[in-house]
Design a protein around this ligand. Structure first.
Ligand SMILES: [Zn+2]
Length: 274
């Protein structure tokens, strides 16, 4: 099963905000999303990255406009989801499934572009989004205007998926396609309902750990940033246990990838196009 990642945008942050003991210099972070070619489900997106819907869309509320103005993400034209799909001769209507790892803007921004897709996501987290007021959702970093109006009708909740047990330091989770090829691993802490994806095909197991940390060094060197990063975390203590689990997975020979780490990986599409 082929797995590729692309970079939708660049976002700059002072290193000390995202790495304990880091410097004042600015780090240029990627905003990745992925595409897998599943033998039965076809091409499946992993999130959508940032798209213009989050940064200039007419449906944006005032808080989302403010968020864009503060963060100033710089969209990467060639790495945007539609041109990336064209590289594989795919149109948005060819996408029948999108795995939504969590509900932050840089992951759900482009969902409304895909009218034929069902959304594989945390139904428990969605139920909490629905139960909250708009301002409570904003405090959880969720801009509800980015969800397609029929999100719930197209939601394919992970709670109904069969479970796969952990094996030693390889964590267990929800078997998204019922064939063991893609396992959703709970990664609490950063955002309500966040999960990562474990791929155990031939070769080294890969865990896409999304936003557990911004930088791989924060994980490998145990340098989880403190305040103010803890302020925006859903549950700062859970970040530590998720990070410890990932370190055990790394130590057992697994590979961990993050959404925002700036260093290119072997799964990233060639830089000239992504
Ligand atoms: Zn996030």
């Amino acid at each position: 099963m082929r797995i590729v990642f692309a970079n939708s945008a660049w976002v700059s942050a002072a290193e000390r905000l995202i790495l304990r003991g880091g410097g004042w210099q600015s780090v240029r972070l990627r905003v990745r999303y992925g595409l897998i070619f599943h033998p039965a489900a076809g091409p499946v997106l992993i999130d959508t990255g940032y798209t213009p819907e989050a940064l200039s869309g007419e449906r944006r509320g005032r808080m989302l406009q403010l968020y864009g103005a503060l963060l100033k993400p710089e969209l990467n034209a060639a790495g945007q989801v539609l041109p990336m799909l064209r590289r594989f001769s795919l149109s948005p209507d060819d996408i029948r499934a999108i795995i939504v790892t969590h509900f932050h803007a840089d992951h759900i921004s482009g969902l409304s572009l895909f009218r034929n897709a069902r959304f594989i996501a945390s139904d428990a987290a969605w139920a909490r989004v629905k139960a909250r007021s708009p301002s409570q959702n904003l405090r959880h970093g969720v801009f509800t205007e980015l969800f397609p109006p029929d999100f719930e009708a197209r939601l394919d909740g992970i709670s109904a998926k069969p479970r796969v047990a952990a094996q030693g330091d390889i964590p267990g989770g929800a078997d998204l396609f019922g064939d063991g090829s893609v396992i959703a691993i709970d990664l609490p802490g950063h955002a309500d309902g966040q999960f990562g994806l474990l791929f155990t095909g031939p070769g080294r197991p890969l865990l896409y750990a999304v936003d557990v940390q911004w930088l791989l060094a924060a994980l490998t060197e145990s340098r989880t940033p403190g305040f103010p990063a803890t302020l925006i975390a859903e549950d700062a203590t859970a970040i530590e246990s998720a990070s410890a689990m990932l370190r055990r997975f790394l130590a057992s020979g697994g590979e961990v990838m993050l959404c925002h780490d700036p260093a290119p990986t072997s799964h990233d599409l060639a830089p000239e196009a992504a």
